[in-house]
Design a protein around this ligand. Sequence first.
Ligand code: IDP
Ligand code: MG
Length: 148
Amino acid sequence: METTYIMVKPDGVQRGLVGEIIGRFERKGLRLVGLKSLIPSEEIARAHYEVHKERPFFPGLIKFITSGPVVCMAWSGVGAIGVARNLIGPTNGRDAPPGTIRGDFGMEIGYNMIHGSDAAETAEFELGLWFPEGTMDWLPDRENWVYE
Ligand code: IDP
Ligand code: MG
């Protein structure tokens, strides 16, 4: 079992895509173990995107991510990090295949609606950053029909 950090970014919230995005994760069979909405502080945004701090797009990215509400989520499942990245699709919506979230709804690399952890170490770091209070430990009954 893995847990991954997923976040609907301000463009996804502004466009009213929160329900659509959550529905895709639910229908896939992932388990929701954390959910909240907030307007990120500059401090948390900078920490989250620390690896990109030298990139030319960094200042714009921080301005964008702190511009309004995001939806912070933790989703669990077998291989959840990779499963979520596959649901999300490549960074630029113009290159992302149909059927992925970015492929179905995105036209810009900067407005790609959703974040998903890219590896076990980043998931651990991001979950600790956005969910310092921890996540829920529970098993939905339906899980007996998701995994054999
Ligand atoms: P990812 O979200 O698919 O993991 P990363 O390369 O880790 O993509 O970049 C993090 C985020 O930074 C992207 O999701 C996007 O919002 C933003 N970003 C990346 N490259 C660019 C760019 O060239 N212009 C503007 N924003 C960018
Ligand atoms: Mg990334």
